[in-house]
Design a protein around this ligand. Structure first.
Ligand SMILES: CC(C)(COP(=O)(O)OP(=O)(O)OC[C@H]1O[C@@H](n2cnc3c(N)ncnc32)[C@H](O)[C@@H]1OP(=O)(O)O)[C@@H](O)C(=O)NCCC(=O)NCCS
Length: 174
């Protein structure tokens, strides 16, 4: 069952509320946030920018929905690269009050279907902090395999931190 849909600029109030409520929960796993982006106006800007990139074929910005159809997180295919690479990078979060219900795993399954179906990509990648066990469980369950540890890979919570790199190849790609 699909738990994702394309974002809409009118998701801004719900996303701003969720990001404010989850500020401390998401902080250890996220780049330092510009506070202005956590407001409704800030989220409208983020969503408009993401939808423009979607229009250019550079990303796929999706909302994650709970069993009642309410927005409870985001999942993106970022940095869609064509040419010889045919690759995109997966990133996601789910509100703490809906964690542990399989929503992130179902959202990643949706994204894989779209990436290897309609988008015809060859490979997806993702990365997690070394101690982000929930995210590693989501990726492992979805078929992603770890292939390297990259030192000081992303600046998360204000520090350049090591990450495990994961990849999933499209078995049907020619
Ligand atoms: C990572 C995240 C998206 C997972 O969302 P979710 O909807 O809870 O994911 P699922 O329910 O599909 O799966 C969670 C898995 O982590 C496991 N898990 C949850 N908390 C855990 C913990 N503290 N220690 C170990 N495993 C844990 C669950 O048991 C489950 O694995 P299982 O199905 O094999 O038992 C969510 O925790 C989150 O938003 N975290 C903060 C942001 C983040 O880390 N984003 C990813 C950056 S790489």
């Amino acid at each position: 069952m699909a738990v994702t849909r394309l974002v809409d600029v009118d998701d801004a109030p719900a996303l701003a509320r969720l990001l404010a409520a989850n500020r401390d929960y998401l902080a250890p796993w996220s780049p330092l946030q510009n506070e202005a982006l956590l407001t409704e106006a800030g989220q409208r800007e983020v969503l408009a920018r993401d939808l423009a990139r979607y229009g250019d074929g550079a990303m796929l910005p999706l909302a994650i929905l709970d069993s009642g159809g309410a927005v409870c997180g985001r999942i993106n295919l970022n940095t869609i690269v064509r040419g010889a690479f045919q690759n995109a990078t997966v990133g996601y979060w789910v509100s703490q009050d809906r964690a542990g219900r399989g929503l992130a795993s179902a959202a990643v399954a949706d994204v894989i279907k779209i990436a290897f179906g309609d988008l015809g990509l060859h490979r997806l990648d993702a990365s997690t902090l070394l101690h982000n066990t929930p995210s590693q469980r989501v990726l492992a369950r979805s078929g992603f395999r770890p292939f390297a540890v990259a030192e000081a890979y992303l600046k998360i919570a204000g520090r350049w931190q090591d990450h495990i790199l994961f990849q999933l190849r499209n078995p049907a790609a020619t």
